[in-house]
Ligand binder design. Structure first.
Ligand SMILES: [Zn+2]
Length: 368
C-alpha cells in the first residue's frame, strides 16, 4: 500500500512537472494534476455515492471536505484506544473531537466509537463502558470498534492475554445488540505477523515500521487461531449482534475460510480495509466468484488516515489514488501494477459494485 502510494505520488510529480513545463500551474489537489485514467475512475467511483467504512480522521480542512463532496463520499471514522499512540491514548477527548468532526462534515462523516479496554479489570468496567457507549449513540455514533490490543496486548493480573470473548466484554456486546449497533472487530493480524519474515507480503512493510506487532518467536504468545476463535465465540454467543470483521476478518490469505465463516455466521460480514492488495494478488477468477457469491457480505473500506499533523496535499493525493486504484480493480478490466506484478481488474457487475461500495454499508451499519 505504502510503496504503491509512493509510486503514484512520484508519477503525479513527474506529470505535474511536465504540465509546469507547458506553462500550466497544477497543484497536487487539482483535478488537472491527476492522470486522465485516475480522473475517469474517480468520476465513476463518485457516481455510485460510495461509502468507505474504515478511515481514521483526526482533523478536517476545506480541501478535504471539498474532496468528500466532489466524490459524493461518506466515511465511517473509527476510533481506537492505543496506549502507545499519542493521538489515540485519551478516550473522551477523541470522542469529543470526533463528534465535532461529524457535525462539521455536512453528512459526509459518521462515527464508530470505542471504549477503553485497558480498564477491563476495574470493578465498574462493563457498566461504565455501556454508559459511555449509550451516550455516544445519543450523539450519533453508529458502530463500536474493538481492536487488536484485545488478544495481542492487554493482559490480566495473572499475566494472561485478554480475549474478545472475555465475560467482562459480554454486557457491552449485549448492549450493542439491544441498540441495533454494529461491532467492528479488528482481531489478530495478517498471517505474516506470526512469521516467518516475508518481504513479498503486502503487510511486511508495516511490521518493519511497527515491530511491536511482529510476534514470531515469542514464547507463550497466543496463536492467531486462538484469537480468531475467541472472536467467533462472540459471533456464536450473540446471534443478534451484527459484526463486521475488518481487514477481511483477518483471514486475508484464505477466501475459503472467509466463505465458511460467512456461511456459518449470518451475523458476520467483512470489510476490505488495508487488505485489497491480497485480493489483487489472488487468481482473479477466484476473487470474482467469491465477491459475486458473497456480494451482500463485503463492505468497502480502506484504512486511510488523516492525522492532525498530516500534510494535506500529500494526503489528498494518497486518498484519491487509493480510491482510483480500488475502483479500477473491482469495476474495470484495466491492468494495474501491484507489488511489481501486473494485475487485471475484475470488472464486476454494476449491481455487485453498488452493494460493495454503498448499500452493504447501509444495511450492515444502520444509521450510516
Ligand atoms: Zn484501521
Amino acid at each position: 500500500m505504502i510503496s504503491f502510494s509512493r509510486t503514484i505520488a512520484q508519477a503525479i510529480l513527474v506529470f505535474s512537472i511536465a504540465l509546469s513545463a507547458t506553462g500550466q500551474a497544477p497543484t497536487a489537489t487539482s483535478a488537472s494534476a491527476r492522470p486522465a485514467d485516475e480522473e475517469r475512475a474517480l468520476r465513476a467511483f463518485a457516481a455510485i455515492r460510495p461509502i468507505d467504512v474504515h478511515v481514521h480522521v483526526f482533523k478536517t480542512e476545506p480541501a478535504f471536505q471539498k474532496m468528500l463532496e466532489r466524490l459524493n463520499l461518506k466515511l465511517l471514522n473509527i476510533l481506537v484506544m492505543d496506549d502507545t499512540n499519542l493521538n489515540r491514548k485519551q478516550l473522551l477527548s477523541q470522542i469529543e473531537d470526533a463528534v465535532a468532526l461529524v457535525r462539521s462534515s455536512g453528512g459526509h462523516i459518521a462515527l464508530c466509537t470505542t471504549f477503553d479496554p485497558y480498564k477491563f479489570e476495574g470493578a465498574s468496567f462493563s457498566a461504565d463502558a455501556v454508559k459511555q457507549l449509550d451516550r455516544d449513540f445519543e450523539q450519533g455514533a453508529v458502530a463500536v470498534k474493538i481492536w487488536k490490543n484485545i488478544g495481542m496486548e492487554i493482559k490480566d493480573s495473572s499475566g494472561q492475554y485478554v480475549m474478545a470473548d472475555d465475560p467482562r466484554f459480554e454486557p457491552i456486546y449485549k448492549d450493542l445488540a439491544n441498540h441495533g449497533k454494529t461491532l467492528m472487530t479488528h482481531q489478530a493480524e495478517p498471517d505474516v505477523a506470526w512469521g516467518p519474515k516475508d518481504a513479498s507480503d503486502p503487510s511486511w512493510s508495516y511490521y518493519r515500521e511497527n515491530p511491536q506487532w511482529y510476534v514470531a518467536n515469542r514464547p507463550g504468545f497466543p496463536s492467531k487461531q486462538r484469537i480468531l476463535d475467541a472472536r467467533d465465540d462472540v459471533l456464536a454467543r450473540n446471534p443478534k449482534l451484527r459484526m463486521v470483521g475488518v481487514h477481511l476478518g483477518s483471514m486475508e490469505r484464505d477466501l475459503n475460510n472467509i466463505a465458511s465463516h460467512l456461511d456459518k455466521y449470518p451475523n458476520f460480514a467483512i470489510d476490505t480495509a488495508a487488505r485489497m492488495e491480497y485480493l489483487m494478488l489472488m487468481p482473479p477468477e477466484k476473487v470474482s466468484a467469491f465477491l459475486i457469491k458473497y456480494q451482500d457480505r463485503v463492505l468497502y473500506g480502506t484504512d486511510l488516515d488523516l492525522y492532525s499533523d498530516a500534510n494535506l496535499p500529500d494526503a489528498l493525493t494518497e486518498w484519491q489514488s487509493t480510491y482510483a486504484r480500488d475502483w479500477k480493480f473491482l469495476a474495470t478490466g484495466e491492468t494495474l501494477t501491484v507489488e511489481g506484478k501486473q494485475v487485471r481488474g475484475l470488472n464486476l457487475p454494476q449491481p455487485v459494485l453498488q452493494k460493495i461500495f454503498r448499500s452493504n454499508a447501509i444495511r450492515w451499519i444502520p444509521g450510516l
